[in-house]
Design a protein around this ligand. Structure first.
Ligand code: NAD
Length: 482
């Protein structure tokens, strides 16, 4: 596959980039160059902000359309997104190593699902509510579109995470500049094709790839950008939060995680193991909310370690585009180095590898790493505290339920988590005690109708569900005397 673009999608047109520089995209499975796009610079970001601003400020434009009209446009866009869904999944999997069986759902199906969901939501939710005043008269409480949004996204789920922002932002009446990650840009260009073919007004959606520290920072600090919606690392999130803080600019941050999977002593491990795979190693472990710290009771510790070791050793590792692949390569050579450094650190911290820990011997191209299980892990160890973002799990002992909850909460992060038990009611009671934004009992799925986000260093604000729409709306009260 060779995807070559020499223009950027700004203001509804394919325009020449300001710089001659390019981003070369490499397949994580084969290490071959599979595409190239222009590398956006500050001048391209300026052009995109100007286009988005014009589209937003147009007195009869997108932001002023009645919700029904915008909902129709979102549904039309969903049809074109559907048209490209198979190609999108292939592009994402080629770039970041996501097994294509997962990519088809999260990157192929999820984007249009989100567009249709938010189209339905704005059709059903009045933008103006008249409340009797507590003094006299009435107050009209209005939800107005917030403005121009910079959506900055990472490489691990590039399309679904884009649509976590794009779908509610468009539904609210905002205009958007998407800044994809340089590792996964090719799918963003298909999204631009869909926007163009769906006939969205010029400037409503713009795509500017480029470095985070240049184009990303430029967008965050740009006076023409009214809101930043960011998913990525906690370090970058902290920097962005500081910049937005100085500018008093609203920001949503979806950041890292080191979630706990609490296995209660009554669990039927045999029944649970299938869903435990997707809640622990989804997308080669490159998923922010997965439970990468497995907390096992003393009484069943060895059994849990054996079950996870057997599951990880059985996983089929291979080319991300092979539909039978369960674990593909990690996204970049840099990412594999970082994972290997964590594995080495884990060994020095006294943890015991029960399976994996190496590069697979039969795969000499691609950034593969074996699914790896660490047993006898202390929760204070680096491998239990830091996000590894690869196919590496740590299994930690606990004494009793209070100890399990204490360990689960002993983390700077608070994004996801799971509780595994034969008694879901009891599991819910334990889940209530865990400091996390989204947690599952006997499984975890991202429900687009329910809010998702983190506490502590995992982020600020929520995406998805009706709550995911509110950050793109400005609330205005209009007082009407009796
Ligand atoms: P990253 O922070 O390096 O980059 C994310 C995006 O931000 C990229 O587009 C990048 O170019 C841009 N960027 C980087 N620094 C920036 C800056 N200072 N200003 C503006 N933009 C900047 O993250 P990554 O390596 O691409 O992604 C992996 C991280 O994302 C992991 O930590 C993971 O946990 C996190 N993540 C979180 C969620 C969530 O919903 N909480 C989901 C997926 C990934």
């Amino acid at each position: 596959m060779w995807c070559f673009y020499d223009k950027l999608f700004i203001g509804g047109e394919w325009v020449r980039p300001a710089s001659q520089e390019t981003i070369r995209v490499v397949s994580a499975s084969t290490e071959e160059v599979i595409g190239s796009v222009p590398k956006g610079v500050a001048a391209d970001a300026d052009a995109a902000v100007a286009a988005a601003r014009r589209a937003f400020d147009d007195p009869t434009g997108w932001s002023t359309w009645p919700p029904e009209r915008r909902a129709d446009a979102l549904v039309r866009l969903a049809e074109y997104i559907d048209k490209y869904s198979a190609s999108t999944a292939i592009r994402v999997s080629s770039q970041n190593g996501m097994p294509v069986s997962i990519g088809k759902l999260t990157e192929g199906v999820m984007p249009a699902t989100l567009l249709r969901y938010y189209a339905g939501l704005i059709r059903d939710t009045p933008v103006e509510e008249h409340r009797p005043s507590l003094v006299s008269g009435t107050t009209a409480v209005r939800r107005e579109p917030l403005g121009v949004v910079a959506a900055i996204v990472p490489w691990n789920f590039p399309q679904s995470l884009t649509f976590f922002k794009l779908a509610p932002a468009l539904a609210a009446g905002c205009t958007v500049i998407i800044k994809p990650s340089s590792e996964t840009v090719l799918d963003a260009f298909l999204l631009a094709d869909a926007v163009e073919e769906a006939g969205l007004p010029p400037g409503v959606v713009n795509v500017v790839p480029g470095d985070g520290r240049t184009v990303g920072t430029h967008l965050v600090q740009h006076a023409g950008v009214d809101k930043v919606a960011f998913t990525g690392s906690t370090d970058a999130g902290r920097t962005i939060a500081e910049q937005c803080g100085r500018l008093l600019k609203p920001v949503t941050l979806e950041l890292g995680g080191k979630s706990a999977g609490i296995i209660l002593d009554d669990v039927d491990l045999h029944r649970s193991m299938r869903s435990m795979f997707s809640s622990t190693l989804l997308n080669n472990g490159q998923t922010c909310f997965i439970s990468t710290r497995i907390l096992a009771p003393e009484s069943r510790y060895d059994e849990v370690v054996d079950a996870f070791t057997a599951m990880a050793a059985r996983l089929r590792v291979g080319d991300a585009l092979d539909p039978r692949t369960q674990i593909g390569p990690v996204a970049t050579a840099r990412q594999r180095h970082s994972i290997e450094a964590h594995i080495a650190q884990g060994k020095t911290e006294g943890a015991r590898i029960t399976t994996g820990g190496q590069r697979p011997q039969d795969l000499d191209r691609g950034w593969f790493i074996e699914p790896t299980i660490f047993a006898d892990v202390d929760n204070q160890a680096t491998i239990a505290q830091e996000e590894i973002f690869g196919p590496v799990l740590t299994i930690i002992r606990y004494r009793d339920e209070d100890d399990a909850v204490r360990i689960a909460n002993d983390s700077v992060y608070g994004l996801g988590g799971t509780v595994w038990t034969a008694d879901p009611e009891h599991g819910l009671a334990v889940a209530r005690r865990v400091h996390a934004g989204a947690i599952g009992v006997n499984g975890f799925t991202l429900d687009h109708g329910a809010p998702f986000g983190g506490v502590k260093s995992s982020g600020l604000g929520r995406e998805l569900g009706p709550e995911g729409l509110y950050p793109y709306q400005q609330i205005k009260s209009v007082y009407l005397p009796a």
